[in-house]
Design a protein around this ligand. Sequence first.
Ligand code: NAD
Length: 356
Amino acid sequence: MKILGTGGAGFIGSAVVREIINNTNDNVINIDKLTYAGNLESLTSVDNSDRYTFEKVDICDRAKLDRVFKEHQPDVVMHLAAESHVDRSITGPATFIETNIIGTYTLLESAREYWNTLDSEKKNTFRFHHISTDEVYGDLVHPDEAPDDIELPMFLETTSYAPSSPYSSSKAASDHLVRAWLRTYGLPTIVTNCSNNYGPYHFPEKLIPLVILNAIAGKELPIYGNGDQIRDWLYVEDHARALYKVLTKGKVGETYNIGGHNEKKNIEVVKEICKILDNLLPKATKYEDQITFVSDRPGHDRRYAIDSSKIQKELGWTPNETFESGLAKTVEWYLNNQTWCKNVKDGSYQGERLGL
Ligand code: NAD
């Protein structure tokens, strides 16, 4: 199978590419604009495979997309390219509208034109798998606010959309476009909505890598508000396996929620990282002493939690990592991959590779 993947140089995309090259016989054509978040150095373990191809392409560029579809004749599309950082979407929403909405629309149109040229068998087996987030559902009641006698709700595939940030609303818009292209044009689409991912190769602006790297550099560990926001964490390689399962076994038109049943307050996550570091890299003071509380993010969602029973029951996917095992692996990975962290922050590896 030939998989056209978008955003394969990003955090989750690179895990998907590594999963496909290492654990299947499929081919991947990775198209990525290589924004600040896209790093080819995350793919050095697989980029010499003859089943892997990279092209620097912006998903808003229709002409380039049409050429890629024509030249590579993919069997399926996995669409991960996006602007993904909520804080950046608050200070500069324009690129989120551009990539997440216009880019998804442009990719859908290019895919549809290509799909129309396929014979009926290939048309039937074609998939446009759109990778999205649980943030489209907005937030859930927090245990601190809920009466004691209610069972705390979780996001289901049928939960109404109520996004809070420019990021999540742009992703919600893209999910709607994808479903409309199935309903209106018959393009065989599938949508997945996943909870917060963590793991190796995560750009060091997101909570977990930022805290690990600041901690070992002796810097402050900034926490929004009082740190009681709850996220449901999933190890990125478990997400990559789930995505491949949905791509190959999922039903057209369905939505699958993916999550790890690991609801943690941000403050608990940061303290857990500090504890792991106290063991792995002891110093005179506790890492926890570096925690500082900063003003909360505007519109900050209080709680996310995914009910992933549908993908578990229907497709037989379960996560391999517990939060404890995944977090320990992640902290060790960052301690052992300081060069990757330096290179992705200053872009030096990218520059070398692209001859800049
Ligand atoms: P990321 O920011 O690490 O990577 C995004 C990738 O997309 C980068 O390689 C970037 O260069 C590329 N890209 C950006 N704009 C592009 C454009 N116009 N054309 C082509 N490529 C472009 O993001 P991520 O964390 O890997 O997330 C991947 C997908 O999964 C996103 O769609 C995101 O919404 C979704 N998601 C992320 C999480 C999470 O916790 N990180 C959770 C659920 C869903």
